[in-house]
Ligand binder design. Structure first.
Ligand SMILES: Cc1cc2nc3c(=O)[nH]c(=O)nc-3n(C[C@H](O)[C@H](O)[C@H](O)COP(=O)(O)O)c2cc1C
Length: 191
């Protein structure tokens, strides 16, 4: 069964990201074509990148890096739940991504963005970053607006169409995640 992480991309106290990610997880749990896990970057207490050797060389020295690497390595695909901060993703999520390299490579990813402008620019920012990590990003994405999917910009009340949007994104993540899993297994067999 394909393993898919739903990654909470914000860490600030009072964040909207937790409610959004839990909602995505509940929708995913109703499916039978994947095994889903909620992964909160806050739980890993990552400092600003403090590894002396570039992550692409895979020589991790810190316990927090090793724990984060083991968690990310255990998945075939990812759903990034990202806020939009100043037209990009959060610094916390970018930092968590930067900590690793090979754990991300040849996997698939989908996005759930939220913010004043539905997180559109944060997702575009993440697509660029994922290209460098050799992660295949799917076209279908979820955009949640602070104006229409939240009450008072803080109580999450997603519009009725949004569940369908989440499932459309998950369909693509599972299809590409499965294809890339086959590729990784073939390469491991040949080497
Ligand atoms: C530092 C900061 C910058 C923000 N910049 C933007 C922005 O550029 N565009 C936007 O649509 N919303 C922006 N917002 C609104 C956030 O997307 C919104 O508050 C969201 O709930 C933040 O996610 P969080 O609650 O999980 O931290 C910003 C919020 C913060 C805290």
């Amino acid at each position: 069964m394909l393993r898919i992480a739903i990654i909470v991309g914000s860490t600030r106290p009072g964040r909207n990201g937790e409610a959004v990610a839990k909602w995505v997880y509940e929708i995913a749990q109703r499916r039978s074509d994947g095994e889903f896990e909620l992964v909160d970057i806050k739980d890993f207490n990552l400092p600003l990148l403090d590894e002396p050797v570039p992550p692409s060389l895979g020589q991790y020295s810190k316990e927090h890096t090793k724990a984060w690497a083991a968690k990310i390595n255990s998945f075939d695909a990812y759903v990034f739940v990202t806020p939009e901060y100043n037209h990009g993703t959060s610094g916390a999520l970018k930092n968590a991504i930067d900590f690793l390299y090979h754990e991300w490579v040849n996997k698939a990813a989908g996005f759930v963005g939220y913010g004043g402008a539905a997180g559109i620019r944060a997702v575009e920012n993440l697509r660029l970053i994922m290209g460098e990590m050799q992660v295949a990003t799917v076209r279908a994405q979820v955009g949640l607006s602070l104006f229409t999917d939240f009450e008072n910009f803080s109580v999450f009340k997603p519009g009725p169409q949004q569940e369908q949007t989440v499932n459309a994104m998950l369909d693509q993540v599972i299809a590409w995640g499965g294809a890339l899993k086959t590729l990784r297994e073939k390469r491991a067999y040949e080497s």
